[in-house]
Design a protein around this ligand. Structure first.
Ligand SMILES: *Cc1c(COP(=O)(O)O)cnc(C)c1O
Length: 431
């Protein structure tokens, strides 16, 4: 039988660089042929050969309700009938922003954009404009989109090619970006002691999902907050992945449970808040946000920003996940997957560690959870690749790279989880 994925991939490679429109989709890390998706429903998608997969990527996070949720579909269809884009404001933009403000009280105002990259880039400009400072801190293994200043030893797709930075980014553009080790308090304190007065912001993925799944420890996060406050730098939470995914109130609500009164100054959002449509956002306190054009001197704009179909999709998604018990059920489901995989690894003697929060999880073929990027990269990658392909053959689709997190949706059934664990046990036994 001809592999129609291969046929499509061959054709795609003639006209699209690498055959894909985002590098990690190309399977470069794990080898083999990318699956071309024909359609998706609930927790599944079907590839070009009509083979079904249980989907643990969910478009890299947005599909928290699974694919084709009826209420979301209806909202999108209705919005599309009323027009795709106007370049003029709509009521739904206010509704979406009001919904976000309710979930994340750290923000007074929000600006909507179309991608996480755009949101991160704009938040960075805003932080620099609001503070009048240039230097920023980011952490190795955290990904904040592909804006020039943030492509410094970034994670995700870049790691596939083993490049610490991208070509095409002039050294002058990243000379203000300090890259520190995640969870390293000593380095953090040194950086602030040296550059505190010049720092516009510290940007962080509070639970890093672009080096698999690594939590910022509570003491580390507490120190980030204290040092930013002391030195007048803004604490920018990149919650593009964790926002409305690890908890209804996002990762900031998780840290607020351990650190009384905890809040970031600026929050960057994407993925879940658009429910699978191109929509992202950044927000913060009124005084900071009022620095943005047309009120203030920090310029930022977008032809499709606050797109009416995307806001309808995002609003319907937020409505569903805000229902009582949604996150408890999703968290329990994700936990049962992680526990099942851990048991399966134990039975087969494979070194394994795993963690999860809400509907996001990560696992490592390592005996202990790593705390930073260098540790993550000590994972056994040939072994991971065998695991990936073993699961893929058995109809389970996890991220095609060991430094990516996984996602469970409310559409995953207990049977899906049990089937996944059974498949994993078979593959573990063969590793
Ligand atoms: C996905 C992601 C981005 C980039 O978002 P895009 O919509 O892909 O541009 C930024 N930051 C984090 C933490 C992400 O996970």
């Amino acid at each position: 039988m001809t592999d129609l994925n291969q046929t499509l991939f061959d054709r795609a490679r003639q006209v699209i660089p690498g055959g894909v429109n985002s590098p990690v989709r190309a399977f470069r890390a794990v080898g083999g042929t990318p699956r071309f998706v024909k359609r998706a429903q609930g927790a599944y998608f079907w590839d070009a050969n009509d083979k079904r997969y249980i989907d643990y990527i969910g478009s890299w996070g947005p599909m928290i309700l699974g694919h084709g949720h009826p209420a979301v579909l209806q909202a999108v269809q209705k919005a599309a009938m009323d027009g795709f884009s106007f370049g003029a404001p709509t009521e739904r933009e206010i509704e979406l922003v009001e919904a976000l403000l309710k979930l994340m009280p750290s923000m007074d105002m929000v600006r909507l954009v179309s991608s996480g990259t755009e949101a991160g880039m704009s938040a960075l400009r805003l932080a620099r404009g609001a503070t009048g400072r240039s230097k920023i801190i980011k952490f190795e293994g955290c990904y904040h989109g592909h804006a020039d200043a943030l492509l410094v030893k970034a994670g995700s797709g870049l790691a596939t090619f083993g490049n610490p930075t991208s070509a095409g980014v002039p050294p002058e553009v990243v000379q203000h970006t300090l890259v520190l080790e995640y969870n390293n308090i000593t380095q953090l304190e040194e950086a602030f002691a040296l550059h505190g007065k010049e720092l516009a912001c510290l940007m962080i993925e509070p639970i890093a999902g672009n080096m698999n799944f690594v939590r910022a420890s509570v003491p580390f996060m507490k120190r980030c907050r204290e040092l930013c406050t002391q030195h007048g730098a803004l604490l920018v939470f990149d919650e593009v992945m964790t926002g409305c995914r690890v908890a209804l109130g996002s990762a900031q609500s998780v840290y607020a449970q351990s650190i009384p009164g905890f809040e970031p100054d600026v929050t960057v959002l994407g993925k879940v808040i658009g429910g699978g449509m191109p929509l992202a956002a950044f927000g913060g306190k009124r005084a900071v946000m009022e620095q943005l054009a047309p009120l203030g001197p920090v310029y930022q704009a977008g032809t499709l920003s606050g797109n009416p179909v995307a806001t309808a999709c995002g609003l319907a998604t937020l409505h569903e996940i805000s229902k009582p018990g949604f996150f408890d059920a999703l968290s329990a489901k994700t936990r049962s997957l992680v526990d099942g995989l851990t048991q399966a690894a134990k039975k087969t003697g494979v070194p394994f560690s795993a963690d999860c929060q809400g509907g996001m999880f990560g696992f490592f073929l390592l005996p202990e959870l790593p705390q930073n990027y260098a540790k993550v990269m000590t994972s056994d990658s040939p072994r991971f690749n065998k695991l990936f392909h073993g699961l893929l053959d058995r109809g389970v689709y996890i991220a095609p790279a060991l430094y990516e997190a996984g996602f469970v949706s409310s559409a995953h059934t207990d049977q899906d989880i049990a089937d996944t664990v059974a498949a994993a046990e078979e593959v573990f036994a063969s590793l």
